[in-house]
Design a protein around this ligand. Structure first.
Ligand code: HEC
Length: 398
């Protein structure tokens, strides 16, 4: 059924059709070449891919602008008369929005190849971004067909499809915003009537894709046969006063006493390769580098905090000056407080949705603070808890 009886010129959209087909083929090829991943990429991406990827946060503004403008145009063309006037403009805005979405999605996938993207916000962002874009492309095909056939009913179907796709894409965009600004950014200053339902809806979506987290992950020591304490412990603070099995103590070595510590430290476990390695430099710092320093390094200092040298780490940031690390007291150290808080806590570090510390990494940081947060303690002199040794080996070897 024609919606435009007066308008007799046949409407041909050959050029737009060709461009649309190119766009769809490009989208599908792009997804085949860069399939969306939901876990850490297995291999390192080329620098060209990473270069393009970083344009994602810039590129995404084009489809946002074009599609919001299209919403306005679709309202303006709600009547047949409006459609005659604004239909062609709507088609153009739709095409620009669709093309921008395709480019932004592909750049986004390339960005994700940097690694460090995981969790519910990321999964929802990626999935909804792709589905929303597919929906907008389909909308484009339907609008073109409806316009070509002057089919008013089909045009209404197009509008329904477009608004649903736009909704999915907006929601997906929101979870992307959470990735770069943290989950609480948008609603932080909202009045409670708005905040509570929004937070509830968001939690509901996240619960769809997130696996239940293990409750407050204490590091469980693997079941190991009790090992007799080594007698040559020299630091009375470290030497926990557990009962030492008598038979295991060689009679020649007198037990250490706090008043008379053995002045000559015998390296407890000889580890020649690790002789020149320091606990902070080679165990703790690599954790910060991997999980924190995209935001707390040389280039960015969120919360005015840097964690890329010992001095900066001890100095602290905006709200953690001189108490970011309190030697011997993890519970008073802001870094430990934030990494050990529940992941959905608004202050938790790394922010929700970012690559999280493992339980062992958290335990290592805690242990290092407990041992006095030294920068000079050597790996070979350190007595790591048995269950953390494997992780330490991995970090030291790099
Ligand atoms: C994606 C970026 C990001 C990552 C990754 C990240 N942080 Fe943060 N961090 C922030 C932001 C943003 C703030 C500021 C929060 C605020 O001011 O409300 C912050 C603040 C902090 C603060 C408080 C600083 C102060 O004095 O106010 C500490 C401590 C901290 N982060 C530690 C860490 C640690 C440790 C890691 C890694 C295990 C980490 N962060 C990973 C973004 C990040």
């Amino acid at each position: 059924m024609s919606y435009d009886p007066q308008f007799e010129e046949p409407q041909s959209h050959t050029g737009t059709w060709i461009a649309t087909v190119v766009l769809i083929v490009g989208f599908i090829l792009g997804l085949l070449i860069f399939p969306p991943l939901y876990e850490a990429p297995k291999s390192d991406a080329s620098s060209a891919v990473l270069f393009v990827g970083r344009f994602h946060p810039i590129l995404l503004h084009l489809p946002i602008g074009a599609l919001i403008f299209l919403v306005v145009l679709e309202f303006a063309s709600i009547t047949r008369r409006g459609e005659m006037k604004f239909g062609p403009a709507a088609l153009l805005a739709l095409f620009v929005g669709a093309a921008g979405s395709v480019v932004a999605v592909l750049a986004g996938i390339m960005l994700s190849r940097e690694g460090g993207y995981a969790g519910g916000n990321f999964s929802l962002h990626q999935t909804m971004g792709i589905i929303g874009t597919a929906g907008v492309l389909l909308s484009l095909v339907v609008r073109l067909t409806a316009m070509g056939q002057r089919n008013w009913e089909l045009l209404q179907a197009y509008k329904a499809l477009f608004f649903v796709s736009f909704g999915i894409m907006s929601l997906g965009a929101h979870f992307g915003g959470n990735l770069s600004h943290g989950s609480t950014f948008l609603v932080k200053h909202a009045p409670d009537v708005i905040k509570e339902p929004m937070v509830k809806v968001e939690k509901w979506f996240l619960a769809l894709v997130e696996k239940p987290k293990p409750a407050a992950t204490p590091v469980v020591a693997p079941e190991i046969a009790p090992v007799p304490k080594e007698p040559q412990v020299i630091d009375p603070k470290i030497a926990t006063s557990g009962p030492v099995p008598k038979a295991a103590v060689p009679p020649v070595t007198p037990p250490p006493t706090p008043s008379m510590p053995n002045p000559v430290p015998t390296p407890p476990i000889p580890a020649p390769a690790a002789d020149d390695k320091f606990v902070f430099q080679h165990v703790i710092l690599p954790i910060f580098e991997a999980k924190c320093n995209k935001c707390h390094g040389e280039e960015k200092q969120k919360g005015e905090l840097r964690l890329d040298t010992f001095e900066w780490t001890m100095k602290g940031g905006e709200n953690s000056a001189d108490k970011n690390i309190v030697p011997g007291k993890p519970d008073e150290s802001v870094t430990f407080q934030l990494i050990s808080s529940p992941e959905d806590d608004s202050e938790h570090m790394p922010p929700e949705g970012k690559d999280q510390l493992t339980a062992e990494e958290t335990a290592l940081i805690k242990w290092w603070i407990e041992q006095g947060a030294s920068s000079t303690l050597k790996v070979s002199d350190a007595r790591f808890p048995a269950e953390l040794k494997a992780v330490v080996d991995g970090l030291v070897k790099g």
